[in-house]
Design a protein around this ligand. Structure first.
Ligand code: FE2
Length: 212
């Protein structure tokens, strides 16, 4: 009797995490078309390429976070690092957004935002400026570090896993995240995400797990 394909096929070590909502759930702010390319093509390709690169190597037995942390600074493993970071960042990004999200956060985060930025409006301005001002491709992050909340931007696929910061939320500002819906108007995408999509419940969960 022939063996079922599932048994013969080697299980890939890194898998594409499922979206936390339906692919049209972020409309009208982010279209189903954008999600289908961004998740189904871009994110999937990072996962597939990572699996190709780590096949037969020590990284194939590591959790994704350990792949990032162990390859940072190794010039021979730059491509593994980049694809691992982009795999991790996108899963974190999908969870940073939700339908009927955005706007002012719940009390625990609101108090931290008040003490760290001076209020929600100041946070929004700082986060939007970081996201819009990131030159070229990258990410804007709300992080907890040293007992305070901060906003930072990182270029390309760079993330904060190798640092002491605890990421709470991220926004992808690569053109593929918004170009089909907003063309060159990155600011409109950023403001729409802040006002209507940020997942403050996810941020609250991450804040409760912070290490500092
Ligand atoms: Fe992306």
């Amino acid at each position: 009797m022939a063996m079922p394909n599932a048994i013969l096929t080697k299980v890939k070590p890194i898998t594409l995490s499922p979206l936390p909502w339906a692919d049209n759930a972020l409309e009208p702010f982010i279209s189903k078309n954008t999600i289908s390319f961004h998740y189904g093509k871009h994110h999937q390709t990072y996962v597939d390429r990572l699996n190709e690169l780590i096949a037969g190597k020590p990284e194939a037995d590591m959790p994704l976070e350990d792949i990032v942390r162990s390859t940072v600074g190794d010039p021979k493993k730059v491509e593994i690092l980049h694809n691992a970071q982009q795999t991790w960042n996108h899963t974190f990004y999908w969870n940073s957004l939700r339908p009927n999200g955005g706007g002012k956060p719940p009390r625990e985060i609101a108090e931290k935002i008040e003490s760290s930025f001076g209020g929600y409006d100041a946070f929004k301005k700082t986060f939007a400026e970081a996201a819009v001002g990131q030159f070229g491709s990258g990410w804007a992050w709300l992080i907890a570090e040293g007992g305070k909340l901060k906003v930072v931007a990182t270029p390309d696929g760079e993330d904060l896993l190798p640092t002491s910061a605890t990421p709470l939320l991220t926004l992808d500002v690569w053109e593929h995240a918004y170009y089909l819906d907003y063309q060159n108007r990155r600011k409109d995408y950023v403001v729409a995400a802040i006002d209507s999509l940020l997942n403050w419940e996810f941020a609250t969960q991450n804040l409760s797990r912070r290490s500092d």
